[in-house]
Design a protein around this ligand. Structure first.
Ligand SMILES: NC(=O)c1ccc[n+]([C@@H]2O[C@H](COP(=O)([O-])OP(=O)(O)OC[C@H]3O[C@@H](n4cnc5c(N)ncnc54)[C@H](O)[C@@H]3O)[C@@H](O)[C@H]2O)c1
Length: 277
């Protein structure tokens, strides 16, 4: 008989503050852009990066008040962050993000391609319009976000880190969500291919692949679906944006200096459980 699922350990915002208070600030002085940074996993990354001493550019396309509230919290804690409205599906907007980092904070050290959307469409139901919309945000946004960030990092000449928020679905089929899986599979190969290309410039590229995380993207899940998912996760609970923030900031820090061109899965063991979903 398998043991009962363990309760989620106490982590999150409070411990992020403790870490900073203890003087462990691996991202001190680093300039970080987070796309889709005012909700969910992006917000978790923004808050943790700021707690670790980074200066953060928060990209957003909606809810400017949410961006303002995050900035207020960061500034109250003595950190630095600015908001920048930019649609990642447009290359000109991605350039605006990089320009904002340079104008406000002088450089760019870490680019986090996090913005993403998900529509439940099969091959049969998918339309050209929905395919283009999703691919332009999830994959084109990550490709050109990486390209422009790498250009700036090359000018600076002292390396950098690009993190792509992929998914278990970079590997794992989800038959109800074809375009999403195609986009995350594309991000997998972006990470590997560009990671190899950027190695000589000491620019690391890492995918972070969340499993099931408690964010607005999963707001439509029924209580039954959530329960089934929890039962399928070896660690026994759905992950939090704060946990993702810590993992991404670790990947972006010098502590992960020998990792590039691959994905770190952050899924509570979900992918390794036979017949999980
Ligand atoms: N929550 C999960 O279970 C889970 C699992 C695996 C991967 N992910 C990935 O994590 C990332 C963040 O998702 P989330 O779960 O935090 O959900 P979320 O909906 O809170 O985050 C997505 C963010 O992307 C932003 N966005 C959408 N279109 C944009 C555009 N054109 N330009 C800029 N920003 C745009 C949204 O405004 C939002 O802030 C996504 O890439 C998602 O695929 C999430």
């Amino acid at each position: 008989m398998s043991p009962a699922p363990k309760k989620k350990p106490a982590t999150t915002k409070a411990s992020a503050k403790t870490e900073a208070a203890d003087g462990i600030r691996p991202l001190e002085g680093k300039v970080v852009i987070v796309t889709g940074g005012n909700s969910g996993i992006g917000e978790g990354i923004v808050r943790e990066a700021a707690a670790q001493g980074a200066k953060v550019v928060i990209d957003y396309v909606s809810h400017p008040e949410a961006t303002d509230a995050i900035i207020a919290d960061i500034e109250k804690a003595g950190g630095e962050a600015v908001g920048c409205e930019a649609d990642v599906s447009k290359v000109a907007d991605l350039q605006k993000l990089v320009d904002t980092a340079v104008k406000e904070f002088g450089r760019l050290d870490v680019m986090v391609n996090n913005a993403g959307v998900e529509f439940g469409e099969t091959l049969e139901s998918l339309t050209e319009e929905k395919y283009d919309l999703l691919m332009n945000i999830n994959l084109k946004g990550a490709v050109f976000g990486s390209k422009l960030a790498a250009e700036q990092m090359r000018i600076q000449g002292d390396g950098g880190v690009i993190i792509n928020i992929t998914s278990t679905h970079e590997d794992w089929p989800m038959p109800s969500d074809l375009a999403y899986c195609v986009s995350k599979g594309g991000m997998r190969m972006l990470t590997r291919t560009a990671g190899v290309e950027l190695g000589p410039d000491h620019i690391r590229m890492i995918g972070v692949g969340p499993g099931a995380i408690n964010t607005p993207i999963n707001a439509d899940d029924t209580p039954e679906e959530t329960k089934a998912l929890e039962a399928a996760i070896p660690l026994g609970y759905i992950g939090s944006p704060e946990e993702m923030g810590k993992i991404v900031c670790w990947a972006a820090s010098d502590q992960a200096s020998y990792i590039t061109a691959t994905t770190v899965m952050a899924d509570g063991g979900l992918m390794q459980k036979p017949g999980a979903v």
